[in-house]
Ligand binder design. Structure first.
Ligand code: ADP
Length: 501
């Protein structure tokens, strides 16, 4: 099959997309208990792409039972940490072997340019598994000297061990489908947990293909289960399930709140990676050309569908016009088109719902008095394309400044007084990320120290590494993804105290 843009697709991809869709439960490929399927859409055309099994509460029950059995009695539990690490490493290698295939799947499903899926999403996912593979053998406790006052003369040997938290429910979004699966699965597997993964209903294909590779790598049945379905049914059932020990969620802040409520029943552990409205601050003493390129990429990368997108661009007044002109110029040169077309810089938004949402935000900004220097409209009438948009003349209380748009829309905001900048940059319910552009090293670190954000990029933006923790302050989330901190989400500390004399 060739795609709408005439690109010849890998035959394994066309075969995979056309196959009647099943889910991965207990090492088997099974239909939804209800027998139902749902359609997913190619965002570049708006046409049906694939039929996917519509899992719901019953399928979640089956998957949780499989994960519980694998955790309590399966070979996974007795495997050495080194064997576990080798399986995780192998999964990374298998992803790399299939990079072209995964990139095409990701682009068909999500819409992002194939060049980006190939260069970023898939290699980063492979690398994440390799990084986490190394942690399997390094989850150590400590020995602790005790000084118990009420047992004079007694000697204790006390130590801690880090044990896997148990059965984990993982609910992921559609903006980086494979990479989000990797961020979640990698540390959970390294810690020795078993998992039920629910991909987003818009983009389930790469997680299903990953399930096949998990099987091929040799993970025992039930260690990873992939249940496809909708958030309100399958996702809600997973978050509320009484036999799930922990739920890890990435998505909207609104759904994050629902997850917290759902988790309250059995007080399962919760980690959340939620929304953002990240300030990207350009000082007059920056390398302005670099800052302009960085500011454009901070918002337009992945079509602005990044929780850390630099959507509030604060620019020191003396260079405001130059930066707005530069970012607008960059925006107008972005070639918007189908992700499979090699000349495309920016693909469609993921769904009609997102298209309407993003256009609704742009309209609200305009009716509040903002002005689009460039962009502001939908592109064409087929597929979910929207123009890269630069807004000016906003005020800090407008909806486009306060709320997450999750699209290629940046508001450029001038500031006069660097001393007031930090308060304005922090004036958000979110605290996920921030950017600073300046050549003054002392200023850069002083401002970084004052920003209430989980990540601060200085003279760069959107730099991700498996070793670098990522997550939010305030309503941007609980806990951290990646880095050694991610392992903490998936382990319990057990203190063992033995009286030895
Ligand atoms: P978006 O609004 O950007 O689509 P969501 O937060 O709705 O993001 O979705 C992220 C993930 O959360 C998806 O896998 C979705 O199916 C899931 N989800 C949505 N609603 C719920 C819910 N009520 N309970 C659990 N998961 C949900």
């Amino acid at each position: 099959m060739s795609s709408a843009s005439g690109v010849q697709l890998d035959s394994r991809v066309t075969e995979f997309v056309a196959r009647p869709r099943t889910m991965f439960i207990n090492g088997q490929w099974v239909h939804a208990a209800s027998g139902k399927t749902f359609d997913t859409y190619n965002p570049a055309t708006g046409e049906v792409l694939a039929q996917v099994a519509e899992g719901d509460a019953e399928d979640i029950n089956r998957a949780v039972a499989a994960a519980r059995a694998a955790f309590d009695t399966g070979p996974w539990r007795t495997m050495t940490a080194s064997e576990r690490g080798r399986l995780i490493w192998k999964l990374g290698d298998l992803i790399e072997e299939h990079v072209a295939e995964f990139a095409e799947l990701e682009t068909l499903d999500n819409g992002k340019p194939l060049t980006i899926s190939r260069a970023a999403d898939v290699p980063l996912a492979a690398e994440l598994f390799r990084y986490m593979a190394g942690w399997a053998t390094k989850l150590e406790g400590s020995t602790i000297p005790l000084s118990v006052p009420y047992t004079p003369g007694a000697i204790y040997h006390a130590y801690t061990v880090r044990e896997p938290v148990g059965v984990v429910g993982q609910i992921i979004p559609w903006n980086f489908p494979l990479l989000m699966a990797a961020w979640k699965l990698g540390p959970a597997l390294a810690a020795g947990c078993t998992i039920v993964l629910k991909p987003a209903e818009q983009t389930p294909l790469s997680a299903l293909r990953l399930g096949e590779l998990i099987d091929e790598a040799g993970f025992p049945p039930g260690v990873v289960n992939v249940v496809t379905g909708f958030g309100e049914t399958a996702g809600a059932a997973l978050a509320a399930h009484p036999d799930v020990d922990k739920v890890a969620f990435t998505g909207s802040t609104e759904v994050g709140r629902l997850i917290v409520h759902a988790a309250a029943g059995n007080l399962k552990k919760v980690t959340l990676e939620l929304g953002g409205k990240s300030p990207n601050v350009v000082f007059a003493d920056s390398d302005v050309d670099r800052a302009i390129a960085g500011a454009a990429s901070a918002i337009f990368f992945n079509h602005g569908q990044c929780c850390c997108a630099g959507s509030r661009l604060f620019v020191e007044r003396s260079i405001f016009d130059r930066v707005v002109e530069g970012v607008s110029d960059a925006a107008s040169k972005i070639k918007v088109g189908p992700g499979l077309d090699p000349s495309t810089d920016m693909g469609p938004l993921v769904s009609e719902e997102q298209l309407n949402r993003v256009c609704g935000f742009i309209d609200s900004g305009m009716s509040d008095g903002a002005r689009a220097v460039v962009g502001g409209k939908r592109v064409g009438d087929k597929g979910y394309f929207v123009e890269p948009t630069v807004l000016v003349d906003t005020s800090d209380d407008m909806k486009v400044i306060q709320e997450e748009i999750f699209g290629p829309v940046v508001a450029a905001i001038p500031f006069e007084d660097p001393s007031q900048l930090v308060a304005r940059a922090n004036d958000s319910v979110y605290g996920l990320a921030a950017g600073i552009w300046t050549q003054d090293v002392a200023k850069a670190h002083a401002v970084a120290a004052q920003l209430r954000a989980g990540t601060v990029w200085i003279n760069c933006y959107n730099i991700f590494d498996a070793a670098l923790p990522f997550g939010g302050y305030k309503q941007s989330g609980w806990g951290r993804e990646m880095g050694k901190e991610a392992l903490e989400n998936y382990t319990e500390t057990k203190a063992v105290c033995a009286r030895v004399s």
